[in-house]
Design a protein around this ligand. Sequence first.
Ligand SMILES: NC(=O)c1ccc[n+]([C@@H]2O[C@H](COP(=O)([O-])OP(=O)(O)OC[C@H]3O[C@@H](n4cnc5c(N)ncnc54)[C@H](OP(=O)(O)O)[C@@H]3O)[C@@H](O)[C@H]2O)c1
Length: 430
Amino acid sequence: MSEIIGIGLLGLGNVGSGLVELISTNREHIQDRADVNFKILHAVVKDLNKVRQSNGIELSTTPDKLLAEDDVKIVVELLGGVDPAFEWVSKSLKSGKHVVTANKSLIAEYGDELLKIAADNNVRLLYEASVGGGIPLIRTIQDGLIANEIESVTGIVNGTTNYILTKMEEENLGYAEALKLAQAAGFAEPDPTLDVNGADVAQKLSILCRLAFSTHYDSTKIPCQGVDILTQDDISVAEEFGYRIKMIAHAEILNGGHDLWVEPALIPSDHPLANVRNENNALLVYGNAVGELMFYGKGAGRLPTASAVLSDVIEIAIASPLHTDMVERKRIGISELRSSNFYVRLPILDKPGVIGKITTVLGEHQISISHASAAIRKNGDSGFGQVRIITHAVDPAKLNLALKEIKGFPEMSGEPVALRILEVNGDRRN
Ligand SMILES: NC(=O)c1ccc[n+]([C@@H]2O[C@H](COP(=O)([O-])OP(=O)(O)OC[C@H]3O[C@@H](n4cnc5c(N)ncnc54)[C@H](OP(=O)(O)O)[C@@H]3O)[C@@H](O)[C@H]2O)c1
């Protein structure tokens, strides 16, 4: 009979209650496979009066008791945000407890600092659920692909935006309607800002860069564009040209730096990421020995996320406490962005010569056009519409300069939108 390992929870919300359920449902199975057994001794919550299934777990609103309890060997942080998570996780590590967290904000911002505290105190800090929810990405990159130089990671790592884009595409909805649907289905928060503006994806990409390239990037410095700029028109024009729009996180070794970006991009409809629908996530990882691998599955949800959290807890219970990913981070910069084909949408007023003026500016910046179309709606004597262009490969900096110039035209009726068209990895390497 295996020893019972005590767990303390910081947070007993969605994922916390999923973890309680999973430990109870799969107890025998986990004992058979890993010969470990757990008991959740204590949980810290904000509101003691909230109705919840706490399965007899002792609750409190501060971590003092949990930290003082010798039998709590592993602390699982499921609070979200950095305050008070950073303070409570630091204290747990300093008091000799291993920590598991699902908190991408905490790891993206304070990962190195916390890993150092863990190493100094001879305990472990694991964070499998912080990227890709239930998909076992982190340990796979860290351990399974250790023999490879990782050349690139590209993927869909935010279920909310993927759900919104799927609904825009499949049900012909506008952005605002699709967002409402995502909120009603529980896939978007009441305040969805961090999901739709790309900040959540940038935090996850920062964590992936730490693992894949041993490099730390401040997530707020990663070039980032949200999905809130998209219209139904962008989705249908992309479709006309044979593409789907997906919120992509991309990092790749390029010219001694990293090509790094987060934005909605056009991807060919036969690309492996094009068929990742609804709240699912997928990541393509290119290793120099293994080639391209794809990981796909539920990127969120109480049980999928609890599955990743519990895998970390079991890993700590069965493995050596000395294993750590506290390696020295390299200082590599963000490289010049790679040239790429772009989809450009220009909202215009229907004035004579406007299309000519646009193509002249693009020509002056050596931007050549592969496809173009325009749709004008007349309203009495005036009219407005959209010019849509697919460019040949262009340096993003040049395109930005051209769009800045075009934006100043009196014939423009709104902001230009430029979306990158993702290449298929295999094409680039052949
Ligand atoms: N939900 C997912 O699908 C998912 C997927 C991947 C990663 N994650 C990550 O997992 C973590 C937890 O997510 P969740 O969805 O479970 O969040 P949640 O449902 O909002 O639960 C948060 C829990 O933390 C407690 N809490 C928050 N602030 C507190 C404070 N200042 N003092 C004491 N207790 C506090 C809350 O107490 P009350 O219950 O009293 O309010 C609640 O029990 C987050 O880092 C999230 O990013 C979640």
